[in-house]
Ligand binder design. Sequence first.
Ligand code: AMP
Ligand code: MG
Length: 353
Amino acid sequence: METIITKIDRKKPDMEVIQQAGKILASGGIVAFPTETVYGLGANALDPKAVEKIFKAKGRPSDNPLIVHISSQEALSALVSEIPPVAIPLMKHFWPGPLTLIFPKSSIIPKEITGGLSTVGIRYPVHPIAQKVIQAAQVPIAAPSANLSGKPSPTKAEHVIHDLKGKVDMIIDGGCSAIGLESTVLDITGEIPMILRPGGITQDMIEAVVGPILLDPALESRREVSQATVPKAPGMKYKHYAPKAQVEVIVGEVLAVTQRIQQLIKEDKSHRKIGVMATDQTQSQYEGENVFVLSVGDRKQPETIASHLFDVLRQFDEEDIDVIYAEGVPEVQVGMAIMNRLVKAAGYNILYV
Ligand code: AMP
Ligand code: MG
């Protein structure tokens, strides 16, 4: 398949391109576009055949439900069978934005979207290109991350082109995704809301609006706990975000972490190509013949780490690195979402120091 690849300005997007994307989506095609979290691969959420194309292009397991994206709050009522009262303040504070809410679904949502569940995840993105593309399509848009399943999510158009060129109808290049991690997924169908996937909207931010909420126990990063629990978001059970290299996350106080990574480099006699995922504060402390060091961001501003994480994992792949030693970060605020993705990229290969 020939893929149309077009670059547009985030602030003043070319409306002809937007209209073209809208037409492709309305007629059953699939289009990748930028959002504030990561790039999404969109299809008409009400057209099972179009939705099937997403699963095929990504190689996504069919029981992993898709989030439905809307471009106004009014579009919500047709998609859900009930709006729990807690949704009202949440939508007021966080929509449009990187928060997905899980509602009981209405009958117009096809089973292909929900993997057979009776609930549906809905998000209203804030990115102007995402909003305009959904508006132009005039239908709700199912949009998972626009990467091959299992690979790090795409935060730049070049990541999408690398994974999906030739497999999708169109890729819109609108620059980098600012947040860099997928949306927070919050289930509001139970008595107390529960975070199923951490993201840029943190537990504290949500609790400041609606009071105490729960965390899915499967989000615990220690393997023995997380693997004894079935995650409530089906997608969270799959291997994810993984670069080609083997990843090992080193967790502890910063000084102990850097010392352990230095020791691992020194003691390695395998001639493997070693990557170190460091931070601005530590990057100058690693050296070695086969060692390739990248800073993922500033420890004092964890948002910078979130926005670069997937890009840095992909850069190690470009360098054909064999093993990546990645510094862990404290599991607080956005650090929780960062560690959730990193630990999965590492297949729960964590070294506590
Ligand atoms: P992605 O589309 O790649 O951002 O992944 C969407 C995430 O949301 C996956 O982890 C899904 O399992 C989760 N998700 C989507 N819809 C639902 C739902 N109805 N109930 C629970 N989790 C969901
Ligand atoms: Mg994804």
